[in-house]
Design a protein. Sequence first.
Length: 351
Amino acid sequence: MNEQIIRARAEQRYQVELAQLIATDSGARPSGWQLSASAVKRFICGDKQHNISRKYYGDDALVERAIVSLMGNNGLMMVGEPGTAKSMLSELLAAAISGTSELLIQGTAGTTEEQVKYSWNFAMLLANGPSFDALLKSPIYTAMEQGKLVRIEEITRCPQEIQDVLISLMSEKTLTIPELGIAIQAKPGFNVIATANLLDRGVNEMSSALKRRFNFETVPVLNDVKLEQELILSQVNARFINEAQQPQINEELVQLLVQVFHDLRNNLGAQSLDATLSTAEAVNIVHSCALHSLYWHQPMSAEQLVQQMHGTLIKDKPDDIKKLAHYLDAVVRERKEWRAFFDAGKALWMK
């Protein structure tokens, strides 16, 4: 793998595992898929017997339902709070099923119809008129043409007219190009995986017509402390895979952080924080602590943990400082083994 790549796609990171599964997969493969449904699940949920790593730490039944949805005519819509690994799961599904996760549309307020369907090389268009050479294919166009999965991130951030375009594409499985007098019909294997954050509900509410084109799955926050700790450690270690030096990650501090997040999610000793207490945020905190430890040659400490929590969670939400101070006073103070964390938090949050 090219060491200059900051973040490799799932099919690049796990190419050895995918090749192994493809070579040994004896299950029935849906038309257009590179793996059987059971092999897709093993790729995502892990298979210790065959040295396939677990990549999604959550409800295995949710993964099964997602796979079944993608075998049908409807697309798959994954909703949930920010940081619940919706994007990661969609990437893993695309890599396992289609062999590529790069067919992606990032939904924003500025997403245009051309980005969803196709656009033109205007220099060639003006010189020679409409032609295949002048056509610029969108990810959806390519997915239809090749029988692949296409991913649409943050679909509720797309303007309503863009969502309306998707209704036709997903219903007819056809993309018409009137300038060339042709229509691209989707090949087997084509489908759509979309994600939406619950916090964005109401930004551009999906119409009932578009909702009918999807099977919905809610991706929950991970509530298993041990699983979340395992996920954080695996994600942080993966971020250092190409580094010349490896940090010494203090697993006791990771366990402490996970417990703090679980306490705050459940309003133990404090009102609910406005900050997103997601696993993704916890990964960022531990990663920052590991970087500090590695490059300043200092062991990971509770003080580092508190400082990174402050920078990652608080941001511009001063009310959360008061809530954290109350949590420290009501809960952490009584946990004698957390004394270093209490002292560091007190200096920052209980001024």
